[in-house]
Design a protein around this ligand. Sequence first.
Ligand SMILES: [Zn+2]
Ligand SMILES: [Zn+2]
Length: 287
Amino acid sequence: MSQHSWLINRTAVLATKHQKEQVIAPLFAREFGVKVIVPANFNSDRFGTFTRDIPRAGNQLEAARHKAEAVLKLTGETLAIASEGAFYPHPSFPFIGCDRELILLLDRANNLEIVGEELSIKSNYNHRYIKSSAEALVFAQEVGFPEHGLVVMSDPYTQKQEEIFKGINQTETLIQIVNYLLQKKSQDTVYLETDMRAMFDPTRMQVIAQATLNLIQKIGQLCPQCSCPGFDLIERKQGLICCWCHTPTNLTLAEIYQCQKCQFQETKMYPQGKKFAEPGNCSYCNP
Ligand SMILES: [Zn+2]
Ligand SMILES: [Zn+2]
């Protein structure tokens, strides 16, 4: 029996209305023969939008889980895929923005939840206040318009939902809306930002593809004891010791993996391949 027999030839419902199936469906078809379908009447926006008009339902993982559960309820299927992105300063390099894409596979038939992710600094996320349509065009060019779409509004912090213009990917439309808002609101500036929905952001679509590959890898990680898929990292333990003074540092000493079915745990020592930390990472040798 193949290790993926629980998955092969099943149908997975993808909780999206932003065309993420473009990158997710071919990978699942190739790896597992899984047919990915998208329900016609699923509104993923009610779980949160990037344009802040609808707040996200919980954290990134919870939002993806809510979408997966909702799409199973809607279709009566047993296998769902949902993804959720977030844009924020990079955890190690705060001056660089990054895109964290998370993708979740939820299997009701086997009681499994497996999560893949990708953290990428290749993000097109950007925004600017502009004073004229000429400035709008400069910004548009910088962010890869029209392949990457734009959102236009008067001001994101005082804005009503009906006055947000999304999915703009034509120069004429962009100029019209910018001029309309500049005249109508009798204010100096209009706010532009990149439309982060997957179908308007090819850069993000590629990061979603990378996260999907990570999910596929996780599906292939089997529990050494019961062979359940999705044997995954649950904790990192700090304390790699300094090679000079043997004081424990903040660097990772061990990674702990756990099975979600039988709770079997495995500790992988020295996951970075080194048994000691450099003195530069030591608070005693390099205070
Ligand atoms: Zn197990
Ligand atoms: Zn030291």
